[in-house]
Design a protein around this ligand. Structure first.
Ligand SMILES: [Zn+2]
Length: 405
């Protein structure tokens, strides 16, 4: 290990990982250069490659599909997102976020944990394997805008099945988000939306002539709180195991804005809420129930002040939950390789929730600790940096090369 650790900066893995860190793939920017670089790398490694591009708000965004192996069923997807969270203006950085560097027992840089080193480990593993030995397809899917509520994979899943003509789209995926090599078969979904109260402004000296939107928002908050209590009753034994710290769907009051001045009747108020949803709850139903209660209990009484008055739900963004089988050959294989049990849910949402719409069973497992993701001086232990490639190699060998079924 000492030898390996000293030579770390001379490895192929170091070279690819540091190159990936050097691309500024903050979600608001383009990730296309990084994807093109990885596409070239995959081609050289002997994989077939397809780059898919979208234009989002005038910015070119790309996803990469790369695959090798025969046109057999039961392939394996290895997936990661190429975007990273912002670092500009984030206080506390002592390192250049775009220059991967080593200090002590860790490597530093934006994305080392979430999740560029994982991508590098997987690509180097594929390059060093003899891909002609594959009995089942090995497929890489790299996404963009995962950090923006999984919007990139949300678009990708709509076209994914028709992209797979040479090999069948595999039904299992490893997603290498930072878990410190714990294996998460599930996570909650995540949704955010605005509740806008439209009232009627006026001078505060005659309250009866207006309709105060901030006052009405207090009724919105009461209803959300009641719904929250109802959701808490929904928990199951399984969810108590998967999501021990919060085994039910839960709202969060994120932001609130309303009114213009102390002496004016507030004509609008906007509350931004988020909801983390257990796999058993249905976001659409929750939303419908909320809107119905707003309509009956608030808007109905506001309409005499004008047809525009009321409570409106807007700007809905949603990442679906994930619940993969725990009794599944890939789950057992991962558990064996990582020497970990498999019984908790991830505390965050991933692209796996979107993949589930295509019947793909995803398992979340990768290098780095969640506590390090999104932080200034994002870091990854040298141990995780070095051991990842071998873990992925073993998985590919066992799933795609050896007889496992
Ligand atoms: Zn991530």
């Amino acid at each position: 290990m000492a030898q390996q650790t000293n030579d770390i900066e001379k490895t192929e893995l170091w070279s690819l990982a540091s190159k990936l860190v050097s691309f500024d793939t903050v979600s608001a920017h383009s990730n296309s250069e990084a994807i093109e670089y990885l596409a070239d790398y995959a081609r050289e490694a002997g994989l077939q490659v397809r780059v898919l591009t979208d234009e989002i708000d005038g910015i070119k965004k790309s996803s990469l599909l790369a695959w090798a192996g025969p046109a057999a069923e039961d392939g394996l997807i290895i997936s990661g997102h190429t975007d990273v969270v912002p670092f500009d203006g984030q206080p506390g950085w002592q390192y250049d976020p775009l220059v991967m560097q080593r200090s002590g027992d860790s490597v530093y840089g934006r994305g080392v944990t979430d999740m560029k080193v994982f991508i590098a480990q997987a690509f180097v593993a594929a390059k060093e394997l003899d891909l002609t030995q594959l009995q089942r397809p090995l497929v890489f899917i790299l996404t963009y805008d995962e950090e923006v509520a999984g919007q990139g994979s949300g678009r990708l899943v709509k076209t994914l099945p028709k992209q797979f003509t040479e090999v069948p789209l595999p039904k299992v995926a490893l997603i290498g988000e930072p878990t410190d090599y714990e294996i998460f078969p599930a996570h909650k979904g995540y949704a955010s939306f605005d509740v806008r109260v439209h009232g009627k402004g006026g001078h505060s000296s005659v309250p009866a002539k207006g309709l105060n939107a901030i006052d009405k928002m207090s009724d919105v908050i009461r209803i959300v709180r009641e719904m929250d209590h109802e959701l808490q009753a929904h928990t199951t034994t399984e969810n108590k195991t998967l999501f021990a710290e919060c085994p039910y769907s839960a709202f969060n009051y994120g932001m609130i804005h309303g009114g213009l001045a102390p002496n004016m009747i507030a004509d609008t108020c906007r509350l931004t809420l988020s909801l983390r949803i257990i796999p058993d709850d249905d976001f659409g139903e929750i939303l419908k129930k909320l809107q119905t209660r707003f309509d009956h209990e608030i808007t109905a009484n506001m309409r005499e002040s004008g047809p525009e008055c009321g409570v409106f739900i807007e700007n809905i963004v949603m990442t679906p939950p994930l619940k993969s089988q725990t009794d599944h050959p890939l789950a057992h294989m991962l558990s064996n390789i990582m020497e970990r049990p498999l019984n908790q849910g991830a505390p965050y949402a991933t692209d796996g929730g979107q993949f589930a719409a295509l019947g793909i069973q995803s398992y979340i497992c990768g290098p780095g600790a969640l506590a390090e993701a999104h932080q200034p001086n994002e870091s990854l232990s040298i141990e995780n940096f070095l051991s990842g490639q071998e873990r992925i190699t073993r998985l590919i060998q066992q799933w795609c090369i050896a007889d496992h079924q």
